[in-house]
Each structure stands twice: as C-alpha cells, then as structure tokens.
Write a protein that binds this ligand. Structure first.
Ligand code: GLU
Length: 381
C-alpha cells in the first residue's frame, strides 16, 4: 500500500465527526424492492464501532422513494414528482423504522431529521437545524437525515442526497463525509465503457478535467451519479471537510475504507474550523456592533469567547447568527463574530453573568455571546 493510501485510510479513523451517506441502491434490493436488512445490520456494526472509539456519526439515508413505490403498488423506478412524493411519505416510515430497529440491537438511539434546501440555506432555519443536530449528538443519538421529499417542489429540491449530505457535513463542521454507493470511486472515464480507465485515488482540487470525468452516470433508483458526488465533494472541500467515495457493496464498507481498500478521497486545503473562520472573516457584512470593556478585549486577544459580562454596549438590529463587529472601549474594531443572540436579547444581557440568562430571557441559551469558534480577530494598523 502506498504511503498516500495509508495516510488517507487513517483519515476516517482519526475524524471526530463523520457524515455517512447511504445510497438507495445499497439499501433497497433491486429485485424485490425490499429493504436490505442484513446489509444495514453490517453497516450499523461499523458505525457502532466508530462510536465506541468516541467518534460522532450522522447518517444521511436515501431509500424512501425506492421503498415507498412498491409498498404503495407503484412501478418501481420511474415516477412523476407527485408520485415520488407520495412514495417518499410511505417509504420514509419503513426506512426510519428499520434504522430504529437495527440500531436498537446495539442499544443505540436514532432520530429522524427531514430537511429541505431552505433549512440549510436560510440563516435562521440553518441555525435551528444545526442546534437540533448538535443536541441529538450530545444526547448520543444518531441523526438519520433525508430530504423532506413530500413538501419539496421540483424547483426547491436537492433532488439528490449527495449534495444534501455535503450541506449537512458543512453545517455540523464534519471532518469527513463518506459517500457510500455502488461505485468505488472516480475513474478517468466510465469504467464500464472503457476498461482501461484510470482510477483516481486522491483529488486535491476540482479542476475542469475532474468535473468532466464525473460525467452523467446514473443508477436506476437514486437520482445521484458521479456528477452529484463531485459536486458534494466541492461543497465539502470549501468547508474544510474531506470526502470519500467508496463502494458499499462489500461487507463492512467503513472498515474497508480504514483498511485502505480502493476508494477516492477529496482532500480540502484546510480544516473545518479554519474554513469557517475564513468565511466569517471574508464574506460577511456586520449587522451590528458589540462594545466591550478592557477585560473582555484582553480575553479576546488571548483567543477566548466573548461573554456578556464584558459587553458594555450593543448597536444595530441583528438576528441570532448574524455577523457583528466587536469594538474596544477606545473605538478600535477588534473582531468579527457570529452572535448567539438577537440585538434585543443581547441588549438585555449587557454586563450580566451567564447564570442570570434564564431569568432574563426565559430560556437557558448559550453561555457565550460570541463563541470563540465563531470569532475572528481583525488585524488593524
Ligand atoms: N430522498 C430520496 C429518497 O429517500 C433519495 C434522493 C437520492 O436519490 O439521492 O428516496
């Protein structure tokens, strides 16, 4: 095994947070249209093993439409949007039930989360979805995510769970996204049509050439092909998350990736935290200002979070999750950060200790006004 392959194989075992996307073609038996329980059982074993090592795992699972169509007596593969939406409504129940039953054997709890693009693109819903996922993880449940196919219309659908999984990985700052399907990675050409196509084990930049290799290949059930997988990898790369495309068709697919079996790794240039900070530093127009006392200024410069006790003034009209400027008593812009409270709440919290928050706000919010992971210091002349 080459050094690069060994190094990449270790990435999965070393990741603290992993999103695993499971394609319909693995979960649903093509001949019978039934759920592949044995396969799911063996995947669950691998996930339980990762959790025992202290890793957090989130699943993004397709399969609702593929399970729902035969259940409702429809033809298996083709379908109008409204038929597929009806199929998803029925199939999602079968899917969630199967996950719950199979993980119960390992004494692991699961929770179903159905998302639409709005939930990952619009700021407030994004924050809510992220908080829910964080809470589920802190309760040691495995979130099992799918697109909310029943309400998503053609124009606002993800349509494929590869990109949905990438948005989830970005949202929870995952270290690795695993795309499990019926292909073992990226080839220079369609290996079915050109047997001498080269396998690409590692990608560090999605060039036009790489995008062209992805082509338009499709499988009968899932709506994704190699093109959506590369699109997913692109989203993850800019979020500092590595993506691995691997086959789920062999037993114990996650262990096989760790053992260096053939698969394609897309490697980001930075870590999720660095990518997030770069985004905060670069693209945001601050919606307000928090003025801080010298004690808080000192703490910020040491890399600490901003606590309300050190805030002396709030200006502007902002929502939770908006970008704000943090300014010193002498009027110097110190940092940009994403604030955990809206401007009315922040004003009420000025100078207060975090154990007073519940009395003031009526709920127990975050103890930091701006968490250090959401904060970037500004270097001024
Ligand atoms: N959300 C669809 C389902 O559960 C699958 C989308 C995809 O093929 O990626 O059936």
């Amino acid at each position: 095994m080459s050094e690069a392959v060994t190094l990449n194989a270790r990435r999965l075992a070393d990741a603290s947070r992993v999103v695993v996307k499971i394609g319909s073609s693995l979960l649903v038996d093509a001949a019978s249209g039934h759920l592949n329980r044995d396969w799911l059982g063996s995947l669950a074993e691998g996930i339980v093993r990762m959790r025992a090592r202290g890793q957090q795992v989130i699943l993004v699972s397709s399969g609702a439409i593929a399970l729902g169509r035969p259940y409702l007596g429809m033809k298996r593969t083709q379908g109008l949007l409204e038929e597929n939406q009806a199929a998803a409504a029925a199939g999602q129940v079968i899917l969630a039930h199967a996950y719950q039953e199979i993980f119960a054997h390992f004494d692991v709890k699961i929770a179903q989360v159905l998302l639409t693009p709005d939930d990952t693109e619009s700021r407030r819903r994004y924050l809510n979805a992220r908080n829910t996922l964080e809470t589920l993880l802190s309760l040691e449940a495995i979130p099992v995510i799918n697109e909310n196919d029943t309400v998503a219309t053609q124009e606002i659908r993800y349509g494929d769970n590869d990109r949905l999984a990438a948005r989830v990985a970005e949202m929870v700052s995952a270290d690795v996204l695993v795309l499990l399907s019926d292909v073992n990675g990226l080839y220079s050409a369609d290996p079915g049509a050109s047997p001498d196509a080269d396998f690409i084990p590692e990608v560090t930049a999605i060039t036009n050439e790489i995008a062209a290799m992805a082509g338009e290949a499709r499988t009968p059930f899932g709506s994704g092909g190699m093109a959506t997988k590369v699109a997913a990898a692109r989203i993850c790369m800019s979020a500092g998350c590595a993506t691995v495309i691997a086959t789920g068709q062999e037993p114990q697919p996650l262990q096989r990736i760790e053992q260096g079996e053939i698969c394609t790794w897309f490697l980001p240039a930075s870590t999720p935290l660095a990518a997030r900070k770069q985004w905060i530093a670069g693209t945001l127009t601050p919606a307000g200002t928090l003025s801080v006392d010298p004690g808080a200024e000192k703490a910020l410069l040491l890399g600490k979070s901003l606590l309300s006790v050190g805030v002396v003034g709030v200006a502007g009209d902002f929502e939770r999750g908006d970008a704000v400027t943090i300014r010193s008593a002498s009027g110097r812009n110190l940092a940009h950060g994403l604030v955990a409270y809206d401007s009315d709440e922040a004003t009420a919290l000025v100078g207060r200790q975090s154990d007073e928050f519940e009395n003031i706000l009526g709920y127990r919010g975050r103890k930091e006004l701006v968490h250090r992971d959401n904060l970037v210091l500004l270097v001024e002349e």
